[in-house]
Design a protein around this ligand. Sequence first.
Ligand code: SF4
Length: 321
Amino acid sequence: MNLLEIQNLKVHFPVRQRWFGGARECVRAVDDVSFSIAPGETVGLVGESGCGKTTLGRAAIRLIEPTSGRIVFEGEDIAAMNSKELRARRRRFQMIFQDPFGSLDPRRTVSDTIGEALDIHRLVPDATARRRRIDALLQDVGLDPSHATRLPHEFSGGQRQRIGIARALAVEPKLIVCDEAVSALDVSVQAQIINLLQDLQRGHGIAYLFVAHDLAVVRHISHRILVMYLGRIVESGPAREICRAPRHPYTRALLSAVPVVDPDSKRQRILLAGDVPSPIHPPTGCPFHPRCPVAEARCRSEVPPLRDLAPGLRAACHLAK
Ligand code: SF4
């Protein structure tokens, strides 16, 4: 059974009403998205800034309210739950944020930050057990337990992200949504945090939804990848296959921006014109057609469905094979 099953999820934000009683406009940040995550699996969610991936990551654990669709977590539709029912299940899915400093209270010690999560969910019986658990969590994420009384500003960016991970880990989640969790870090520190997340996955069987704009990072950690454009999934499949032979022109463009180690590589950078269009007035037909280097006439009028191309591999492009 899948750990998480997202079915036809939509997140639309109303923006303004037109004059003279026109239809209310809305941002279609997430538009009819479906995917699943198995226990212990990492699914990467990649796309440019403004493609809706952060909104989707948050809506997947109901940090943002979906407009419609189902979010089936461990067999229960959490999209249909009231706040009390949701609170009782919150500790099973956690989030790690891009800015670890912004997500940590600067006046609270590491011990207080991690201990709060234990207290809220009543996971330790007394102060001694609480202290032991905090020490063990700090060790798990590669921090010195003797630093538990320090404040966030006394740590480096990478160490602060480790504190954020320890806080998420404290409540023994089954799923962690990592929202650009390494984007603000130096490349060497990024590698350390990714290794840590992979070690924790092996040790605790945690699944990750790893949201990032950088395909180079996503492909290293993910078992499967979802490529998102203008609120929709345009390609999905095993990470290795997507990176070896991307079917969608947008994925090809993202991949062409990833640096290659091989000096003989003939891969050429595909530069996309302009930015992601407004999700208030998305283009007709294929939403990618104004920027697509291989668009045909029908791309301007026919919406390409997300089609199965091979087992587990799908793409939304008229030309994809
Ligand atoms: Fe490009 Fe057409 Fe494919 Fe869209 S459907 S990605 S415009 S070729």
